[in-house]
Design a protein around this ligand. Structure first.
Ligand SMILES: Cc1cc2nc3c(=O)[nH]c(=O)nc-3n(C[C@H](O)[C@H](O)[C@H](O)COP(=O)(O)OP(=O)(O)OC[C@H]3O[C@@H](n4cnc5c(N)ncnc54)[C@H](O)[C@@H]3O)c2cc1C
Length: 226
């Protein structure tokens, strides 16, 4: 395993494209854990890039991609339902390391943050080989295999919403997670997928059995979540 330490976002993206079997490392809580879902030959350490922190810019809240979930949980400017989503990572140790960018980029179907960010109609600043770009978070999410570096998330200040998570215990993987914000719904169903849009967008998910429950059980949970 080789670890690279780029000095800029541009260099990080260039390396990610040049090195076929590579990944960024941010909090490292997925990449470094035993039995990780990710395997690669090279790591691109982005932790020295200034991509952490939460600030207001006009009527938007900007959350740097390397911001740990704990900083989001305790923020006094991030909308309450986004803070709740960050708090759903029940372990303080995990929240102190795990970043919002790593969580979103993983595209896990039991993600802490994905439903809240999709429901909030967040935008993302990304660095691509052609330079910096702004996209909807939904567009980035839909582009699996994208090698762009997430730089920041943008959420309209004052955005209201709710976050719901159903799991056997606070520390267990969620069977179903959902969020609604100002008429936009998003659902993440363990072992099955993520869908967003209208209230019944959960119907687009191909429900499958896994250790959190049967397909029928999770379909029922999604149907009554809101
Ligand atoms: C005990 C335990 C339980 C967990 N439970 C859950 C769970 O229930 N739900 C859940 O969603 N996750 C869970 N995780 C996984 C992980 O902790 C979180 O998803 C975390 O938010 C990942 O963030 P990170 O910064 O640690 O990512 P890393 O491990 O550093 O990276 C993860 C992935 O994200 C990519 N990445 C990182 N930063 C960026 C960026 N800025 N731009 C583009 N790509 C990037 C990397 O290339 C890599 O593919 C768990 C982990 C542990 C150890």
């Amino acid at each position: 395993m080789r670890i690279y330490h780029p000095a800029s976002a541009e260099e990080a993206v260039r390396l990610r494209h040049e090195l076929e079997s590579s990944q960024y490392i941010a909090g490292g809580t997925e990449i470094m854990r035993l039995g990780s879902s990710i395997s690669c030959d090279s790591l691109i350490d982005v932790t020295a890039l200034s991509l952490s922190g939460i600030r207001m810019e006009g009527d938007e809240i900007i959350i740097g991609a390397l911001t740990p979930l704990e900083d989001i949980r305790i923020s006094d400017i991030v909308p309450a339902f986004i803070r709740e989503a960050a708090a759903s990572a029940a372990s303080l140790q995990l929240r102190n390391r795990a970043t919002i960018g790593g969580n979103f980029a993983l595209r896990r179907a039991d993600s802490y943050m994905i439903p809240a960010l999709l429901a909030a109609e967040a935008e993302v600043d990304i660095m691509c080989t052609e330079g910096p770009k702004r996209k909807t978070a939904a567009t980035y999410f839909g582009k699996t295999g994208c090698r762009a570096l997430l730089l920041a998330f943008r959420i309209r200040a004052g955005r209201t919403g709710e976050n719901r998570r159903i799991a056997r215990s606070s520390h267990a993987h969620a069977a179903v997670t959902g969020a609604v914000s100002e008429g936009t719904y998003a659902y993440a169903v363990s072992g099955s997928g993520v869908a967003w849009g209208g209230k019944e967008s959960w119907k687009d998910i191909a429900f499958a059995d896994d250790l959190t429950g049967s397909a029928d059980y999770k379909r029922y949970l999604a149907s009554v979540l809101f």
